[in-house]
Write a protein that binds this ligand. Structure first.
Ligand SMILES: *Cc1c(COP(=O)(O)O)cnc(C)c1O
Length: 362
C-alpha cells in the first residue's frame, strides 16, 4: 500500500486505518456466508445482528442511559433539520434555535417552514466566532425544544458546556463532534449526527433520543418521516444503508479500543493543542478564528496575514501531501479538520509544515 495522505478533509473524512483494513478483510466474504454484507437481506439474522450490535455499542458508549433509543436514518443531518420540526414542532408550540453559524442557520431555515420558531441566542454580531454562554440563551414559554449545534464545522467553534434547559428538551446536532469526548446524554432530549465525520462513511444518520420524543403519532406527515415509524421497526422500516451501518459498528468498536470516550478525548485534546499552540506561538503570523473559550477540538480554523499568503499555504501544503486544508468557501481562510480518526502523526507533520512555511514567508 502507498503512503496514506495527511487527510484533513471536513467530511467525508479520514477513517481509522484499522477499520478500513478490517472491512477489507471481510469485504467479499462475510463470516462464512458466501457473500458480502452488502449482498445480504436486511431481514436476515446475519445483517440484523450487525445492526443491533451497532445500536448496542452506541448506547454503551453513552453509559446505557435508561429510556433512550437509537435510530439509523438516511438523508443526512440535513434531513433531520426538517424531520425534527415535522415531528416535534406541534401547533401552539415554538422551537428555540441557538444561532451559532452556518449549520445552525440551515437548521432553523427548515424549522421555519414547519412552524413557529425564535432565536434564543445568536453570536452573529461577532461573526460566529464563539458559542453563547448559558446566560445569553433565552428559552421562552411553550417551547417544544431548544436546538443547538454542538460544533460549527465551518467556523471552527464548539460548545465547551451545553446549556441547561430544564424541562424543555435540548436537541443537538452533533454531526461533527459526536464521540470526540464523553457526552452526558441525560442533558439531551435528542441528539443526531450524520456519520461521515466521526462515526464512519456517509449514508447513515444516527439519532439517539428519549423514547417519548420518538413515539409522537404525527398523522399529517408521510410515514417514512415519522420517528415513530423507525422506532417501532427497529430502523428496518425500509432498506437501511446496511454497509454504512456495518462501518459505523466497526468505528464504534475502534472507539472502544481507544479507551472509550475518555481515551478519545485525551487524544483529541492533545492533537488540538498541538495546532492551537502552533497558531498562538506564531507571533501573529497565524491567527485563530474562534475565540479561545469556543475553540473546536475537531475543526481548527485559522487565517494568515493576506489572502495571497493563504492561497500559497493551501497550494504548497497540497504539493506536500496535505489534503483538505482550504477553509470552507463561505468563510475562506484555512481549516484543519482533525476528527477522531486523524492520527497524531498527521498533525505533527502539519505543525512542521506550518513552522517551515512561516520561516520562508514570515
Ligand atoms: C456536515 C454537517 C451537517 C450536514 O450533514 P449532511 O449529512 O451532509 O446532511 C450538518 N450539521 C453539521 C454540524 C455538520 O458538520
Amino acid at each position: 500500500m502507498g503512503k496514506r495522505a495527511y487527510n484533513f478533509n471536513a467530511g467525508p473524512a479520514a477513517l481509522p486505518l484499522e477499520v478500513l483494513e478490517r472491512a477489507q478483510a471481510e469485504f467479499v466474504e462475510f463470516q462464512g456466508t458466501g457473500m458480502s454484507i452488502m449482498e445480504m437481506s436486511h431481514r436476515g439474522a446475519v445483517y440484523e445482528s450487525v445492526h443491533n450490535e451497532a445500536q448496542e455499542r452506541l448506547l454503551k458508549l453513552l453509559g446505557n442511559p435508561t429510556g433512550y433509543k437509537t435510530l439509523f436514518l438516511q438523508g443526512g443531518a440535513s434531513t433531520q433539520f426538517a424531520m425534527l420540526p415535522m415531528n416535534l414542532l406541534t401547533p401552539g408550540k415554538k422551537a428555540g434555535y441557538v444561532m451559532t453559524g452556518s449549520w445552525a442557520s440551515k437548521a432553523v431555515k427548515e424549522a421555519k417552514l414547519i412552524g413557529e420558531t425564535y432565536i434564543a441566542a445568536s453570536t452573529e454580531s461577532e461573526k460566529f466566532t464563539r458559542m453563547p454562554s448559558q446566560e445569553e440563551i433565552n428559552v421562552q414559554d411553550d417551547t417544544a425544544y431548544l436546538h443547538v449545534t454542538s460544533n460549527e464545522t465551518i467556523e471552527g467553534t464548539q460548545f465547551a458546556d451545553y446549556p441547561d434547559t430544564g424541562s424543555v428538551p435540548l436537541i443537538a446536532d452533533l454531526s461533527s463532534d459526536i464521540f470526540c469526548r464523553p457526552l452526558d446524554i441525560e442533558k439531551f432530549g435528542m441528539i443526531y449526527a450524520g456519520a461521515q465525520k466521526n462515526l464512519g462513511p456517509s449514508g447513515v444518520t444516527v439519532v439517539v433520543a428519549r423514547e417519548e420524543l420518538l413515539t409522537a403519532e404525527v398523522k399529517n406527515i408521510p410515514t417514512v418521516f415519522r420517528y415513530s415509524t423507525h422506532l417501532s421497526n427497529n430502523s428496518l422500516y425500509n432498506t437501511p444503508p446496511s454497509f454504512s451501518i456495518y462501518m459505523v459498528n466497526q468505528t464504534l468498536r475502534w472507539i472502544e479500543e481507544q479507551g472509550g470516550l475518555e481515551g478519545i478525548e485525551e487524544k483529541n485534546r492533545a492533537k488540538a493543542n498541538l495546532l492551537y499552540e502552533a497558531i498562538d506561538g506564531s507571533g501573529g503570523f497565524y491567527s485563530g478564528v474562534a475565540q479561545a473559550d469556543s475553540r473546536s477540538l475537531m475543526n481548527v480554523t485559522f487565517r494568515l496575514g493576506s489572502e495571497e499568503l493563504e492561497k500559497a499555504f493551501a497550494k504548497e501544503s497540497e504539493q506536500q501531501g496535505f489534503v483538505g486544508l482550504k477553509g470552507h468557501r463561505s468563510v475562506g481562510g484555512l481549516r484543519a479538520s482533525i476528527y477522531n480518526a486523524v492520527p497524531r502523526e498527521s498533525i505533527e507533520a502539519l505543525v512542521d509544515f506550518m513552522n517551515d512555511f512561516m520561516k520562508r514567508n514570515g
